[in-house]
Write a protein that binds this ligand. Structure first.
Ligand SMILES: Cc1cc2nc3c(=O)[nH]c(=O)nc-3n(C[C@H](O)[C@H](O)[C@H](O)COP(=O)(O)OP(=O)(O)OC[C@H]3O[C@@H](n4cnc5c(N)ncnc54)[C@H](O)[C@@H]3O)c2cc1C
Length: 253
């Protein structure tokens, strides 16, 4: 049973380097319950730490949970997953999810950086809708996505930077109603939320735009659990966009 406060004890069973910046961790998580929603994520607490970082469930089969972890320049999970961690005991929080295409959506557009690639791959592997993907990744991961979608591979302007907002502002949108899903660096996502609301005037149900990480030089964002913000937002009838904006605000983005 999954409850809001549930935590799972887990052990790293395998570690595999998919590319210089992407490491696959296969975890053994007894009793894990998936939401079944393809962008679901869990909180991860690594040994000797109390802070949580969030990772997409790339796949789940029984007690086995696969997370694909970006190794960036420095970071709490980065430092741990960058080295041999097989056999380590970790804690996972209950899975939560956001992806929710409206009934009648005729197409999907997925946009994201390397942190969003696991979710985009799982979404693409679970939909029968015609799908376009824009993936901004520094490594050659052309074999990572399932066959089918029309994919545009983009290179980030520099390590730890993104220009996805500019890319989305130039997209030719398909005819008809669809669903736009996007995740990546928070400032880029905030710009896109404004673009979709003010210029494209999309209804809230037609898109999800999520800040997955924050590029900062001096000030670190506060670590804030999105779970309670999500629950409170849903309970008060907020749209997904309003909830993700509230999450960014709580983190001081
Ligand atoms: C719902 C959700 C799903 C996510 N799914 C995934 C996933 O499947 N795989 C994944 O790798 N990440 C995912 N992320 C992003 C991940 O949680 C963050 O990148 C996290 O900050 C990484 O933790 P860390 O301990 O390595 O670095 P931190 O200790 O958090 O950060 C250290 C420094 O690195 C910077 N930084 C953080 N992340 C990045 C980055 N990605 N690139 C460059 N610089 C960065 C920070 O600004 C900070 O200055 C997801 C986030 C959310 C909210």
């Amino acid at each position: 049973m999954t409850t809001r406060g549930q935590r799972y004890d887990a052990v790293v069973a395998q570690r595999e380097e998919l590319s210089p910046r992407l490491v696959r961790l296969v975890l053994s998580v007894p009793g894990f319950t998936s939401t079944g929603v393809p962008d679901e994520w869990v909180g991860l607490v690594v040994p000797g730490q109390f802070q949580v970082r969030y990772y997409t469930v790339r796949s789940n089969d029984g007690d086995e949970v696969v997370l694909d972890v970006v190794i960036h320049e420095e970071g709490l999970v980065t430092a741990w997953a960058g080295a041999d961690c097989v056999g380590d005991a970790v804690i996972l929080t209950a899975a939560q999810a956001s992806y929710s295409p409206p009934a009648g959506a005729a197409w999907l557009m997925l946009v994201g950086d390397l942190t969003a690639l696991p979710a985009m791959a799982r979404i693409a592997g679970s939909t029968s809708l015609p799908t376009r993907i824009w993936a901004e990744v520094p490594d050659d991961l052309s074999g990572y996505l399932p066959p089918g979608p029309d994919v545009t591979w983009l290179t980030p302007p520099a390590e730890g930077q993104s220009r996805l907002a500019e890319v989305v502002q130039q997209i030719d949108w398909p005819e008809g109603d669809g669903y736009f899903w996007m995740a990546g660096e928070s400032a880029q996502m905030r710009a896109i939320r404004k673009h979709l609301m003010r210029e494209r005037r999309l209804p809230n149900a037609a898109y999800d735009v999520m800040g997955y990480w924050r590029a900062v030089s001096a000030r670190q964002p506060r670590t804030v659990d999105p779970g309670p913000i999500w629950q409170a937002g849903k309970a008060s009838g907020k749209s997904d966009q309003e909830i993700w904006a509230a999450y960014d605000e709580a983190r001081g983005v």
